[in-house]
Design a protein around this ligand. Structure first.
Ligand code: MG
Length: 370
């Protein structure tokens, strides 16, 4: 089998087109670590991960100094062996975001390379469970939006065909969160799903208190996302026992074993595994399959261009999150029709890059390792 002969590493800065805010942070720029792999027969694969504004240069340094040199001469098809080797090689930095984000860029590139060599789409290559997935919109529900603007944005999303919208919660007072959600529910009616996201902003008592108020108001919420700090599995288990609103977690977890802890405790009802933060497609699939064994749905966080084919690869996916972020550097677009998106049938992940646009957005000339 062909071996890896060239690794190209870049960092692309992408600005959101709308202001984004939640209970703990603002999303100012997507730093996009980018990896392009070439094998000895000239086949290529591309992968990427992201930060929401800080730490991207550290991911690049890890890739450049410690991970990319270990890829040269490796058999590209030995994806699991490569993942394990790189994970243990940098184990003093794991489990955590730095290694996960660097590993993800490489692992996605390896899966893309495999798909392109075989002429198979990622959706088929990784499982082939379905052709399309429902899409909900997050871009219309940011925390800074005044109630009128929030209602207008959510109504516009529903009019565009989205079958669900997500509204950030975590205002200082319960009543403000409640009033915003009630206004959106009134505008949407009963047939559009309404998700909420607290971005880890509450403690256990406050999370239970707000969940009770949301339930009493008859909001019929699809889920209550990251109500507590991600490391507080016990708190999530207590909250889950105190509310009928499904608890969703996963965007701040960095290893499959962390998902096992949540699932085994009954501390979540939806997993939101993020292909970048979990360390790539290889561990993403492990989490999705583990959730299936617990009869729990997968609704991945962010990165819709990669999560679309992955959602279509596994049977227990329920929703794709709509937050466009690659449009400045891609020619391909996700088409949403009647609230669903279909996975591309192009080989690999199916993203068509605009090379000139990448060059305009890159922070420095790509680093080449041979
Ligand atoms: Mg979230």
């Amino acid at each position: 089998m062909p071996r890896i002969v060239r690794v190209e590493i870049g960092l692309i800065d992408l600005r959101p087109r709308v202001a984004r805010s939640d209970a703990i942070q603002a999303f100012t720029v997507q730093e996009t670590p980018f990896v392009r792999l070439c094998d000895a027969e000239g086949a290529e694969g591309t992968g990427y991960s992201y930060t929401i504004g800080t730490g991207g240069s550290s991911v690049i340094a890890l890739l450049r100094d410690h991970l990319a040199p270990r890829l040269i001469g490796r058999e590209a098809e030995a994806i699991e062996a490569i993942w394990q080797d790189l994970f243990w090689h940098t184990h003093a930095l794991s489990v955590g975001p730095l290694t996960a984000l660097a590993l993800a860029a490489i692992d996605v590139a390896l899966w893309d390379l495999r798909g392109r060599r075989l002429g198979l789409s990622l959706a088929r290559l990784a499982g082939g469970a379905k052709d399309s997935i429902r899409v909900y919109d997050t871009e219309s529900g940011w925390l800074h939006l005044e109630t009128g603007a929030l209602v207008d944005a959510c109504s516009a999303a529903a009019a565009r065909g989205f079958r669900g919208v997500k509204v950030k919660v975590g205002k200082p007072g319960l009543r403000e969160d409640l009033a915003r959600l009630e206004a959106v529910r009134r505008a949407l009616g009963p047939d559009v799903e309404l998700m909420t996201d607290a971005n880890q902003g509450f403690n256990v008592a406050e999370a239970i208190r707000r969940a009770g108020a949301f339930e009493a108001a008859g909001l019929d919420l699809a889920w209550y996302e990251e109500p507590l700090p991600a490391e507080d599995v016990e708190g999530h288990a207590r909250l889950a026992a105190a509310t009928t609103i499904p608890i969703a977690v996963g965007e701040s977890l960095y290893h499959p074993a962390q998902f096992r802890d949540y699932l085994a405790r009954g501390a979540c009802r939806i997993v939101q595994v993020d292909v970048a933060r979990i360390g790539g497609i290889t561990p993403w699939l492990k989490v999705a399959h583990m959730a299936e064994a617990f009869n729990v749905a997968v609704c991945p966080h962010y990165l819709m261009e990669l999560h679309l084919p992955l959602c279509c690869a596994v049977p227990n996916s329920a929703w794709l999150e709509h937050i466009p972020q690659l449009d400045d550097v891609t020619e391909s677009r996700i088409e949403i029709s009647h609230g669903t998106a279909s996975a591309p049938d192009r080989p690999g992940h199916g993203i068509i890059w605009d090379q000139r646009a990448i060059e305009r957005h890159q922070r420095f000339s790509p680093i080449v390792v041979t």
